[in-house]
Design a protein. Structure first.
Length: 493
């Protein structure tokens, strides 16, 4: 079997052995390349130009290990729906190595669905085709939307079946991350009173993601500040496009500030702060409107792991960390309102802006208005009152929009931008296309039932330009017909 030198050894593999387990991907029978992200590969500087589809399939299935790679499965713990599990870890994922991208940023390269590891807890370590396609589509769509997220580098069919409720075709996803350290990684060591490991992990994260914290008088408190700020910005950006993560457990919160683990995620159609799509979130813990609360709860758990290294006085450490966590709500509110102002075409700040935005969302909720189409329609309406028809059409009672729009236009009259420039700016933040749940399900059904990957390729192309759809992809903006609605999404395990 030929050997390729594509990526470097992971810097995480240089940490002590208790941070991970060394394990190779388990070979698969007949790997077949479904998709290779050429643009991302070039961004990462991967030397794969001489590899054909068969060689890429061997590499990104794990059948061939790149020279210099030291595959590992990372150890972590986590609160899952509020219940602490002291050992989780990469049960079906293996970190192959790293690449330095064109800007000099270190990026992890990981296989998902690559076989059992010491953390599999009785699972088979494999992934079905459907969840692999879902993560590929949604993670790349998030990137195109400008939201920090792990990326999809490759999808490979394994030529083998995995058994869930029924036999399904297997697949492996190669994903790329700024790093794969989670809140749950810190919890793993804190639960074992391994303060030395917590400190080593914190130093690793600071060096890799937050080097400015090294110059602070209290670098671990500065780390908590930085992670909290990143999460406030991230969750606000999710909510600006109607994204619902679905399973915001502490093991699914990356300290880098990227969106990670696209399992039972979804984008809303009709706006509803109580919207839940995850089949396992029966109490609505991670409903759309609850995501800021879930984030601050997770960050409090992160803070708890850092207390022994923030200050030698336990009381002082709690006080300092508590102040940071208490500030999350203000930071999130600022980020949220700033984004809503941009979505509404407001460049200046006025005291009534939050109420104006809230009242629009309330009217959308009462009228079952499509979240994406309503805001996209406002872009046209911002240019001319005569172009209100598009946004009015998504309200069950258009009068409720008209009442709000009169206040909005009075507010716009105090803005410096002329209408066309304002509308153009709004089109840069209000997407026309999102990964609609019904479209993803259509892609998955075509691939799983008929081995037809044409719809997957077409949707991938459409979602690559969410703010300016290419000609011929306009139909992807449409919400589902009643018979097409997807009410539940499922974990990839």
């Amino acid at each position: 079997m030929p050997a390729y030198e594509v990526m470097n050894r992971s810097s995480y593999a240089g940490l002590p052995e208790r941070f991970f387990a060394r394990v190779n991907p388990r070979p698969v029978a007949k790997p077949r390349l479904l998709k290779f992200n050429q643009a991302l590969g070039a961004e990462l500087g991967l030397d794969v130009g001489g590899l054909d589809a068969e060689a890429l399939a061997e590499l990104f299935s794990g059948n061939v290990i790149s020279q210099g790679s030291e595959p590992i499965a990372m150890a972590y713990a986590g609160h899952q729906f509020g219940h602490f599990v002291s050992q989780l870890g990469d049960g079906r994922a293996i970190l192959l190595g790293e690449a330095l991208d064109r800007t000099g940023v270190r990026r992890d390269i990981q296989l998902k669905g690559s076989g059992r590891t010491p953390y599999s807890r009785g699972g088979d370590g494999r992934a079905a085709l459907g969840p692999v396609l879902r993560e590929y589509l949604v993670s790349e769509a998030m990137h195109a939307l400008g939201i920090p997220a792990t990326r999809a580098l490759a999808a490979v069919a394994t030529g083998e079946s995995v058994f869930r409720e029924r036999a399904l075709p297997g697949a492996i996803l190669t994903r790329v991350a700024a790093s794969l350290v989670r809140v749950g990684t810190f919890q793993y060591f804190a639960a074992r009173d391994d303060i030395g490991a917590v400190r080593q992990l914190a130093d690793y994260v600071i060096e890799r993601h937050y080097p400015q914290a090294k110059d602070e008088a209290q670098p671990y408190l500065a780390l908590l500040h930085a992670v909290t700020d990143r999460q406030a910005s991230l969750i606000a950006s999710w909510m600006h496009v109607g994204f619902i993560h679905g399973v915001m457990n502490t093991d699914n919160m990356a300290v880098s500030g990227e969106t990670i683990d696209f399992g039972p995620c979804a984008f809303m159609d009709a706006y509803d702060p109580a919207a839940v799509f995850s089949s396992i979130d029966r109490q609505g813990r991670y409903a759309f409107g609850n995501q800021p609360h879930a984030a601050v709860w997770n960050l409090a758990r992160f803070a708890e792991t850092l207390l022994p290294i923030i200050d030698s006085s336990a009381d002082r450490a709690v006080e300092l960390a508590g102040e940071v966590i208490a500030g999350f709500s203000l930071r999130f509110a600022d980020a949220s309102l700033a984004g809503l102002r941009r979505k509404l075409g407001l460049s200046m700040r006025e005291d009534g802006d939050a109420a104006l935005a809230d009242d629009l969302l309330d009217a959308m909720h009462r009228n079952h208005a499509d979240f994406t189409l309503a805001f996209r329609g406002l872009c046209d309406a911002a240019e001319s009152e005569e172009r209100d028809a598009g946004v009015r059409s998504v309200f069950a009672n258009p009068r409720h929009y008209d009442e709000w729009a009169s206040r909005w236009r009075a507010r716009l009259a105090r803005e410096p931008l002329e209408p066309r420039a304002r509308a153009e700016a709004m089109r840069q933040v209000n997407p026309a296309l999102i990964p609609r749940n019904h479209r993803i399900e259509q892609v998955i059904n075509a691939a799983v039932e008929n081995q037809d990957f044409g719809p997957f390729a077409e949707l991938s192309t459409a979602l690559s330009q969410p703010y300016r759809p290419a000609q011929g992809f306009e139909s992807y903006a449409a919400p589902p017909d009643p018979s097409e609605r997807v009410l539940q999404t499922f974990c990839g395990t």
